[in-house]
Design a protein around this ligand. Sequence first.
Ligand SMILES: C[S@@+](CC[C@H](N)C(=O)[O-])C[C@H]1O[C@@H](n2cnc3c(N)ncnc32)[C@H](O)[C@@H]1O
Length: 341
Amino acid sequence: MITPTGGQPVLYKDYTGELIDWDDFFKKREEHIELMKNGSSIKACEGCLWIREKDWPERKNEFKYILINIWTKCNLKCIYCDTHSNIDVINNTKEYDIIKVLEDMINKKVITPNTKIDIAGGEAALDKNFNGMIELLLNSGIKKINISTNATIYSDVVAKGINKGVISIITSVDSGSEKMFTYIKKVNLWKKTWQNLKKYTSALNPNGNENTVKTKFIIMPGVNDSKEEILNFILYSKKINASGVLLNIDQKWVCEHSDDCKTNLKIIELTKYFMTISTALNIDWTVWAHLEDFILRHNRNFADKAIDIDLIFNKEVNFTIPNERKEILFANFQKLFLPKV
Ligand SMILES: C[S@@+](CC[C@H](N)C(=O)[O-])C[C@H]1O[C@@H](n2cnc3c(N)ncnc32)[C@H](O)[C@@H]1O
């Protein structure tokens, strides 16, 4: 979460691929936890809206969750992405052998079959060790791996993991048209992206646990904040049999414009539209926690224009749309099935 003081607790800085002393690492984590137990927190977490009073169960020296970000390469230049606005991240991040590091973590039982792994970046699929790393994780018995990938590079190993019911993927398409895709990502790989996503959804195994292939739309105010883009994005996602659609908001915009009430209300309106259309087309939807956080902040800053949070995020609510609108929607949907992606 973004907090006024940063929002990222750090236990080990400037890592360059060396093997880690895990006892020392977990001792530092314990120090952070002790602070929280005493009603205090480390500086980075101060002011976070998500701090809750909860029990702290006894923890083993293992990870419940790991995010592996591979920052060394990307083939798109998404205009909202921090990595590309600060190209030094890609230029200055040195490659190291991630397989050796993960093998050590598996051998030391810091990673266990219960560890949930997220992989993102950069574009992780461009790393020369990517397929080897996925093989290693699949063979180690891990049950849940989620990969944020732009899906422009198809991987048989990922498809195998999807089929096994272990791997889920999320692809940020952020657009409902080739033109908008190319504007946002500065590379025209619109068709390739949907084609590969279709190949991944074909690998979905109905008996595989909760493995999914989901698509994401990041709302960038003033760029793709139109109902048309959102509608077509959902229709394409439906067409390739995506397991669900996700909605988020550009975090950079949020940081710079949190006091823009009019745009906030437009984004909230688009969020409702996204939920209504997804519900009408019977595709699972998720509103990302950042967007939820954004609406909570809007309510705090503009109490007189506050939004009913229970209504907006309650999947049980019947998002009704008039029958004639439904017909237009389904006609569009049928039309979209004719051309091949
Ligand atoms: C940096 S991307 C890279 C991973 C991978 N190449 C991909 O395309 O998904 C990781 C995730 O962060 C999200 N992301 C990047 N910049 C963002 C921003 N300014 N606001 C919200 N989400 C952002 C992307 O949508 C993506 O799902």
